[in-house]
Design a protein. Structure first.
Length: 278
C-alpha cells in the first residue's frame, strides 16, 4: 500500500531522513521547510512524489493554509508527522523573551495548530495517524534544558489527550521519544545557547554548555535505524502510543518513571487522607 505523508521540517535531521526513506520506497511525501532551497535536491530527484511548501511553525496563520493546501493537492494524507523542532538550552536566567517565545511556538504551539488543521481532513477520509516527534526529554529532565523540556512535556500531554479524543474516529496517535542521535541537533543547540550567567559556570549547566561545544561528544543513536522503526510503526494497528528509541532514551525514561512512581507511592496515605470522609 502506497501512503502519503505530511512531514514538517524535512530539511534536516529526522525529517530529512524520513523523507528520503519514504520517497526511496515509492511513498508520497508532503514536506515543509523554513528554507525551501534546502530541499531542492529532493524535489528535483522525486518530482511529483514530493510536494513541498515553505513553512515556519512560528507563523501560526500560515500553518492551516499549508496543511489545507497539502490535503487539497494530494487528495488524501495518511500520516501527519510533527517533526520540526529544535533545542533551546541554557540557564533559565539567561534566556531572552524571544528565545522563550520561539522555542514554545516551534516545539509546541506549531504542532498544536498542525493537528487542528489536519483533523477535519482525517475525519472526513475516515482515519489516519498522527505522529509527534518528542524526545526522552518529554519524560526525563536535565539541568540547563528547562525550556526545551517545557516544550516537550507540553507536547506529550497534548498528544496523549488528543489520542483519546480521536481514537473513536479511527485516528491513531504515536509519540516518538528518541535519545541523542547523529543529527545536527546538538550542533545547532550549541549555537543557540542562552546567555552565559556567571553564577552557573561551575554547576551542571556549565558542564552542559561544555558538552554542547565538544566536537568529540558523538551520539550513539543511528537516525536511519530510528526512522525505520517510526515508519514501520504505521503498519501496526492500533499503533503504539509511545516509542522510545536509543539506549539512553530507555535508560533515562525508565529511571524517571521508577523514581516518580516510588515518590507517588510514598504519598499514598497522605493523598487519600485528604478525601472527604463519608
Amino acid at each position: 500500500m502506497v501512503r502519503t505523508w505530511f512531514i514538517t521540517g524535512v530539511n534536516s535531521g529526522f525529517g530529512r531522513e524520513m523523507a528520503e526513506q519514504l520517497l526511496g520506497r515509492g511513498e508520497r511525501v508532503a514536506g515543509t521547510a523554513r528554507r525551501p532551497d534546502d530541499i531542492a535536491d529532493l524535489k528535483a530527484k522525486y518530482g511529483t512524489s514530493f510536494w513541498t511548501a515553505q513553512l515556519d511553525l512560528t507563523d501560526t496563520a500560515a500553518v492551516a493554509d499549508v496543511v489545507n493546501r497539502a490535503f487539497h493537492h494530494l487528495g488524501r494524507i495518511d500520516v501527519v508527522v510533527n517533526n520540526a523542532g529544535y533545542g533551546q538550552f541554557g540557564a533559565v536566567e539567561g534566556l531572552s523573551d524571544e528565545q522563550i517565545a520561539r522555542q514554545i511556538d516551534t516545539n509546541l504551539i506549531g504542532p498544536i495548530h498542525v493537528v487542528r488543521a489536519a483533523l477535519p481532513h482525517l475525519r472526513r477520509q475516515g482515519g489516519g495517524r498522527l505522529i509527534a516527534m518528542s524526545s526522552y526529554g518529554g519524560q526525563a529532565t536535565h539541568p540547563g534544558a528547562s525550556l526545551y523540556h517545557a516544550s516537550k512535556w507540553g507536547l506529550e500531554g497534548f498528544f496523549d489527550s488528543v489520542a483519546a479524543e480521536v481514537a473513536p474516529l479511527g485516528i491513531g496517535v504515536t509519540i516518538v521519544e528518541p535519545g541523542a542521535a547523529r543529527t545536527a541537533f546538538r550542533t545547532t543547540a550549541g549555537t543557540l545557547l542562552g546567555a552565559d550567567v556567571d553564577a552557573y559556570r561551575n554547576t551542571s549547566i556549565g558542564a552542559m554548555r561544555a558538552m554542547l561545544s565538544n566536537p568529540d561528544a558523538i551520539a550513539k543513536g543511528d537516525p536511519g535505524k530510528m526512522v525505520q522503526i517510526i515508519i514501520d510503526s504505521v503498519e501496526i494497528d492500533p499503533g503504539p502510543r509511545r516509542i522510545a528509541l536509543g539506549g539512553d532514551a530507555y535508560t533515562m525514561i525508565k529511571r524517571a518513571l521508577v523514581e516518580r512512581l516510588a515518590a507517588l507511592e510514598a504519598q499514598k496515605g497522605a493523598a487519600f487522607a485528604t478525601d472527604v470522609a463519608r
